[in-house]
Design a binder for this molecule. Structure first.
Ligand code: G1P
Length: 277
């Protein structure tokens, strides 16, 4: 079964400069919790225990976050404030964290390939922490995708409908609807102009990947933006076998930019923070 989740987290976060100059974008807080922790909690809630982070230079705060801070914990022990660390502490105790570095920034496909030593030869999930996905009404997005994987046993990408004029920000799929909210992918294009987009179904930063994807990425030439794109490797997988796209239940906030970040903050403040969740 699926045990591991890979978190590509080496990117510079240029859309959020200067905040991300010396701080990883994955550490940006939504109210009082960093984006990476929301993503790790979603993976843990999906039953995944191995959290594999692909980091890079200037990203050490991520490792420190999922480690014990003895001085700080000693300082707040027995006080009101102890409860604020309980969630993080629980993750440290129940999950295994491993790290590797992406030495060169050659795209999301390359970041995933850099994580190969942490994953090995088994199916795994991928989560991009700056896409904050929440489902207050039921299972999280990764849980939903893992249930689907159990049925179909092939790679799956999460998708959402976006306005036509936004397709240039996403990988976009075309496919045949084979079950409720499930498409069998026939085509996939990375960040197409609206006139070239095969649909308005955009890939969101959650994937389930079968391990043959690694060799396919290794054989993938740089594509859009001169980067090695996971979308191109998945397209090859779709041609040789099967890739599914799943329109998930829940909300998604693009926290890599100011507008989505602000929406996420307002939403989480009202629906999670004020309710003590
Ligand atoms: C990446 C993927 C893209 C996907 C997006 C989701 O792009 O390359 O296919 O739609 O994540 O957030 P990025 O946003 O890293 O440029």
């Amino acid at each position: 079964m699926i045990r591991k989740c890979l978190f590509p987290a080496a990117g510079y976060g240029t859309r959020f400069l200067p905040a991300t100059k010396a701080m990883p974008k994955e550490m940006l807080p939504i109210v009082n919790k960093p984006l990476i922790q929301y993503a790790v909690e979603e993976a843990r809630d999906a039953g995944l225990q191995h959290m594999a982070l692909v980091t890079g230079r200037g990203k050490r705060a991520l490792e420190d976050h999922f480690d014990i801070s003895y001085e700080l914990e000693h300082q707040i022990r027995g006080t009101e404030k102890e409860k604020f660390l309980a969630g993080t502490r629980e993750l440290i105790e129940t999950c295994i964290f491993s790290y590797t570095r992406q030495v060169e920034m050659k795209g999301l496909g390359h970041a995933i390939l850099s994580g190969r030593p942490l994953i090995g030869d088994e199916p795994f999930a991928v989560s991009l922490a700056d896409d904050l996905c929440l489902n207050l009404k039921g299972d999280g997005v990764l849980s939903q995708m893992i249930q689907l994987y159990k049925r179909y046993r092939c790679s799956i990408v999460a998708i959402q409908e976006v306005p036509r004029d936004q397709t240039h920000k996403y990988g976009v799929i075309a496919g045949e609807l084979i079950a409720d909210n499930v498409y069998r992918v026939s085509s996939m294009v990375e960040k197409p102009a609206p006139e070239d987009a095969p649909s308005n179904l955009a890939i969101i930063g959650r994937y389930i990947l079968t391990p043959d994807i690694f060799d396919l990425i290794a054989d993938t030439q740089p594509g859009k933006g001169g980067e090695i794109q996971i979308t191109d490797a998945l397209m090859k997988q779709a041609q040789n076998g099967c890739v599914l796209a799943y329109k998930f239940d829940g909300l998604r906030f693009d926290c890599g930019g100011a507008e989505g970040y602000l929406d996420a903050t307002n939403f989480c403040y009202e629906h999670l923070y004020l309710k003590g969740l």
